[in-house]
Design a protein around this ligand. Structure first.
Ligand code: SF4
Ligand code: SF4
Length: 168
């Protein structure tokens, strides 16, 4: 498969999601449960960190993250390059729904907005919904941008890539 066939997001500007936040109730994430959110509100919660696209291993009942990333994740923008085809092209790509968020052991990073809200925490101050800037997740160093990651292509010994970053 030629990855270039699926590069759909070249013109996508992550900042476009935050251009007109006045359409939403202020701090809607504090007023609604995840299950009550509209699709648009739900999508806005994703901070764009890309960390859910790291490969993981389950060892003795615990999730260990590796620094190997899905081959379709752009390492600097942290955007999926095949977003609209992801489930078709990557069988183990996970939809972020309530069941995924509540799955044990936890496989989403502890900074994930969905996991935080579902566990009674507020969004962090660097979250784009609070700053109004899509790049604030990168500036806070909470995304994969500028982290040392490698594409999963060709990797078999995932246990040699386990990382223990504080934001996982
Ligand atoms: S870990 Fe959560 S907040 Fe980060 S990209 Fe994945 S779904 Fe979005
Ligand atoms: S296909 Fe799925 S796991 Fe891969 S980059 Fe896209 S969203 Fe992430």
């Amino acid at each position: 498969m030629n990855n270039k066939d699926y590069l759909l997001e070249e013109a996508y500007d992550p900042q476009s999601r935050y251009k007109d936040l006045s359409r939403f109730e202020p701090e809607f994430w504090k007023k609604k449960k995840l299950s009550e959110m509209s699709k648009e509100e739900w999508e806005l919660l994703c901070d764009g960190c890309g960390k859910c696209c790291l490969n993981k291993l389950e060892i003795k009942g615990k999730i260990k993250f590796t620094n190997t990333r899905c081959r379709f994740l752009d390492s600097q923008s942290c955007l999926c390059q095949i977003y609209y085809h992801r489930f078709e092209k990557v069988p183990d790509c996970r939809d972020i729904d309530l069941a995924a968020i509540r799955e044990k052991p936890r496989w989403l990073p502890k900074t994930c907005a969905y996991w935080l809200l579902d566990n009674g925490f507020d969004l962090p101050d660097w979250h784009p919904l609070k700053t109004g800037r899509a790049d604030s997740v990168h500036q806070a160093k909470m995304s994969l941008k500028d982290k040392e990651t490698v594409s999963e292509t060709g990797i078999e010994d995932y246990e040699n890539y386990i990382v223990d970053w504080p934001d996982l």
